[in-house]
Design a protein around this ligand. Structure first.
Ligand code: CP3
Length: 342
C-alpha cells in the first residue's frame, strides 16, 4: 500500500499536489454539524459522546474528501481532566474555574489520573481508526501548555491573555509549575491518543504570539520540546505538527528547536518568507486566510494557487492559517479544493 499523502509530506516528501485538510473542518459552517450538535445538546456532551464525536469528525471527510481527519474534541478537556470546572456559554465561549496561585497548581490532579475523564476521547479515536477511508490520516491533538494555561488562569478567553501574563510576572515559579503540570498531562494524553489510533498529533499554541523573548523560549519552545521528546521516545514513528500561532520571526528555527516534524503557519506569515526560512527545516502547513472562505470572490482561488506555488519547492500540507469560521460558505471549501487539485 502506498503511504498516506499526509504522512509522506510529514516525512519530508515534496508532492506534486499538496495534501489538504482544514483547521475546524468539523464545525458550525456545516449544516450536518449543527444537526449532530443539536442532537448532543451541548458542545461538551458532543466531545464526550464517542459515536457523535466520530460522526462530526467524519462529516467533512464525506463531503470534501480531505486527506486528514482531526479528532473532534477541544483543548479545554485537559483542564477538566486535571480537575478544573469547564463549561461553554453559547455565543460567548468557554468558562473555567480559575487558578491564580501555587496552591491552585498543587491541587490539580496528577498527570497519570487524567485518563478516566478522557476515556471517551480515546474511544472516539478507536471508532475513527475503523471507519475512516484507507487513504485518510487520523490526527490527534492537544493545546500547548501556555495556551491551555491562559484559559486556566483567566477562566475564559481574553483578548490579550492578561491574567496569565500577570501571574507569570507576579509568581514565575508558580506559573512554571502550572506549565509543567499541563506538560506532564499532555504527554500522557497524546500518548494515549496514539495508542488509540492517532497517526499524527498536533500541538495548538494559539497564543504563542503573546510570548516574547525569554518567555517564548521558556513557555512556548521548552514545553513543546519536552512533549515531543517524550512522545518520540514512546512512539518514534509518530509525526508531530506544532502550531505556534503568530510566532512571527520565531517560526524560523522552531522545528529544529522543538523536534517538530512540521510547523503550522498562521496567515500573518508571508508564504515566500516561510518557504525561505521555515520550510528549509522540513514540512510546513498553512496558511490561507480563513476570511477568504467567507467572501465569495476570485481572491480565494488566486490565493490558494499562490500559496501552493510558494511552497511547491518542498514538503507542504495545504491548510488555513486558523480555523474556518461559522459564517464561511461550504461551497467555497469545494472551490478551494478544486483550485488546489484541479
Ligand atoms: O479542528 C477541528 O475541527 C477539531 C476540533 C477542535 C475544536 N477546537 C472544536 C471546537 C479543535 C482542534 C479545537 C482547538 C481549540 N479549542 C483551540 C486551539 C485552536 C484555535 O482555534 O486557536 C482553542 C483556543 C479552543 C478553545 C475553544 N473551543 C474556544 C475559545 C471555543 C469558543 C469559540 C468558538 O469558536 O465558538 C471553543 C469551542 C469549539 N471548539 C467549537 C468547535 C467546533 C465551537 C463550539 C460549538 O459547536 O458551539
Amino acid at each position: 500500500m502506498t503511504q498516506k499523502t499526509i504522512l509522506r509530506a510529514l516525512a519530508g516528501e515534496r508532492l506534486p499536489v499538496p495534501p489538504i485538510w482544514m483547521m475546524r473542518q468539523a464545525g458550525r459552517y456545516l449544516p450536518e454539524y449543527r444537526a449532530t450538535r443539536a442532537q448532543a445538546g451541548d458542545f461538551l456532551s458532543l466531545c464526550y459522546t464517542p459515536e457523535l464525536a466520530a460522526e462530526v469528525t467524519l462529516q467533512p471527510i464525506r463531503r470534501y474528501g480531505f486527506d486528514a481527519a482531526i479528532l473532534f474534541a477541544d483543548i479545554l478537556l485537559i483542564p477538566q481532566a486535571l480537575g478544573a470546572d469547564v463549561w461553554f456559554v453559547t455565543g460567548e465561549g468557554p468558562r473555567l474555574s480559575t487558578i491564580t496561585d501555587a496552591a491552585g497548581v498543587t491541587a490539580l490532579r496528577p498527570a497519570d489520573q487524567v485518563h478516566e475523564k478522557l476515556a471517551p476521547v480515546y474511544e472516539t479515536l478507536r471508532i475513527l481508526s475503523r471507519e475512516l477511508p484507507r487513504e485518510t490520516t487520523l490526527i490527534g491533538f492537544a493545546g500547548a501548555p501556555s495556551t491551555v494555561a491562559t484559559y486556566m488562569v483567566a477562566g475564559r478567553g481574553t483578548p490579550d491573555q492578561g491574567p496569565a501574563h500577570a501571574m507569570k510576572t507576579a509568581d514565575r515559579v508558580a506559573f512554571s509549575a502550572l506549565i509543567d503540570r499541563i506538560t506532564d498531562a499532555t504527554i500522557e494524553y497524546l500518548s494515549a491518543q496514539i495508542e488509540a489510533g492517532a497517526e499524527v498529533v498536533k500541538l495548538f499554541d494559539s497564543w504563542a504570539g503573546s510570548l516574547k523573548g525569554q518567555d517564548f523560549d521558556d513557555f512556548a519552545l521548552a514545553p513543546a520540546k519536552r512533549i515531543i521528546a517524550a512522545l518520540k521516545t514512546r512512539h518514534p514513528h509518530i509525526p508531530v505538527i506544532a502550531f505556534p500561532r503568530e510566532a512571527g520571526p520565531r517560526y524560523a528555527g522552531f522545528a529544529k528547536a522543538t523536534g517538530a516534524d512540521c510547523v503550522a503557519l498562521d496567515q500573518s506569515v508571508a508564504a515566500d518568507w516561510a518557504a525561505a526560512h521555515v520550510q528549509t527545516d522540513g514540512c510546513v502547513q498553512g496558511n490561507l486566510n480563513p476570511a477568504l472562505l467567507v467572501e465569495s470572490g476570485p481572491r480565494l482561488v488566486d490565493e490558494t494557487r499562490r500559496i501552493a506555488r510558494a511552497f511547491a519547492g518542498g514538503p507542504h500540507i495545504f491548510n488555513l492559517g486558523h480555523g474556518i469560521t461559522p459564517d464561511a460558505d461550504p461551497d467555497n471549501v469545494s472551490r478551494m479544493i478544486e483550485a488546489l487539485r484541479g
